[in-house]
Design a protein around this ligand. Structure first.
Ligand code: ADP
Ligand code: MG
Length: 413
């Protein structure tokens, strides 16, 4: 379809995945109290699937999904479950068709950044918790479908990942992971985590480089669109389930169905990525292998001492953190932020407080830099540390990213 937006078909066959353990463990209760009735009143029949505990290797038959039975796939959890679903879709032999299924998100976790972003794009004033859920429930019932950018993330020795929200290193990544232990307080876990981390503020050394985004109006090149190419649909696993502790051991259980007629599409002249076996998913057009020098048109950041590096592709980093106020769902842009070392604790705290209203860029903080890019590479110097993608830990080390404009579809109301 060449349309920017369209509507869910009616009647719509919706699969609703609810993670009973996400956030404060209340997602099922919230479904029963709000969502079930809303969907019924909107005349949207749906099948409830309660997700099971993540396991390194899914049991036989678990999660196997014939997507042709469904018109929409809705996740009621935090951002983590959507991350797994998206990566599961893009690992399927029929990924080109699979990633076209309209996805939906209902905030049921402790990190509900995409839900907050959708609410923000709808022009509504900020709300949180149950109010955000009800708002997202209404948007879901309206059933307007938009394209959403995805970003491919490349590390040295793990398979390529796809990200819909953020790539973080330094302060933000550390807070995200350290605050998992406060998940019982819900979205407030990030506030608590930020205060704890401020007390032990440190510098992160590394090299950052990026490919600037074209100026607006100059025709930002669209990197990738889904084609309508049909492919056979065998029953293949829906979810990819990365192990949080050892991301290198991700199993590609669903990427090699020999009876499938799918062919890997390669763009001529695309640099091949030696370290990644990109069997499925769109090709990369902007990246060279991580062990090769940067392309000549990239910008290398002079500073090598950072407090944080944060790449965002949607507006919200958390329910109450409007990190990239001018981001839109499919602008084809990675909003790159970094904070240089030397910032005081007070100034950093002020930045995060201002971020609640998206006012941090207006504070004229000398240490904060914001730039719009289409690809980036980060090479941390320290041997140990945390890098997160959509709030999930990934392999630590050199990492690069490229935006794939409008690759996924999201129900945005
Ligand atoms: P939160 O924002 O609360 O972290 P997420 O959506 O990020 O919510 O949580 C997703 C994680 O929960 C994923 O790693 C997923 O595999 C895991 N998960 C899914 N179902 C269950 C379950 N029944 N019990 C425990 N963990 C689960
Ligand atoms: Mg999570």
């Amino acid at each position: 379809d060449g349309l920017f937006m369209n509507m869910l078909s009616r009647p719509c066959r919706m699969m609703l995945l609810v993670n009973p353990q996400s956030g404060k463990g209340q997602a099922l209760t919230l479904y029963n109290n709000h969502i079930q009735r809303m969907l019924n009143e909107a005349g949207i029949p749906h099948t409830l699937v309660i997700t099971e505990l993540a396991e390194p290797r899914p049991r036989a038959g678990e999660g196997e999904t014939d997507l042709s039975q469904w018109d929409a796939l809705v996740i009621m959890s935090g951002d983590g479950l959507l991350f797994e679903v998206i990566n599961g879709l893009l690992e399927r032999p029929d990924w080109e068709e699979a990633i076209r299924i309209p996805l939906g998100i209902l905030p049921g976790g402790s990190g509900n950044a995409l839900a907050a972003s959708i609410h923000h794009y709808a022009g509504a004033s900020p709300v949180s918790s149950e109010e955000l859920l009800i708002s997202c429930g209404f948007l879901l019932c309206k059933g307007l479908v938009s394209h959403m950018d995805l970003v491919s993330i490349h590390v040295s020795s793990s398979p390529r990942l796809f990200s819909f929200l953020s790539l973080a290193w330094g302060f933000v990544a550390d807070v995200d992971i350290e605050s998992e232990k406060y998940r019982h307080v819900g979205a407030a876990r990030f506030t608590v985590g930020t205060l704890v981390r401020l007390a032990s503020l440190r510098v992160y050394k590394g090299k950052l480089a990026y490919l600037p985004a074209a100026e607006e109006g100059l025709g930002n090149k669209v990197t990738q669109q889904c084609s309508n190419q049909a492919s056979s649909q065998g029953p293949v696993s829906l979810l990819r389930r990365p192990s949080r502790d050892s991301p290198c051991q991700n199993t590609f259980h669903n990427s090699c169905h020999s009876n499938n007629s799918f062919k890997v599409r390669r763009t001529e002249g695309t640099p091949s990525l030696s370290a990644t076996k990109a069997l499925t998913g769109p090709p990369n057009t902007l990246l060279l292998p991580l062990d090769q020098p940067l392309p000549s048109d990239w910008v290398v950041v002079q500073e090598e001492d950072f407090v944080l590096v944060l790449a965002m592709y949607q507006s919200h980093l958390a329910e109450d953190l409007l990190a990239a106020p001018d981001a839109t769902l499919d602008d084809g842009v990675i909003h790159l932020f970094y904070v240089r070392a030397g910032i005081s604790r007070t100034s950093l705290l002020k930045l995060f407080l201002a971020m609640e209203k998206g006012a941090h860029l207006a504070t004229n903080c000398q240490h904060l830099v914001h730039t719009k890019v289409r690809a980036l590479r980060l090479e941390p110097h320290s041997p140990k540390g945390i890098i997160t993608v959509d709030g999930e830990v990934v392999e630590y080390g050199p990492v690069q990213a490229e935006v794939h404009r409008g690759l996924a579809r999201l129900i945005t109301g």
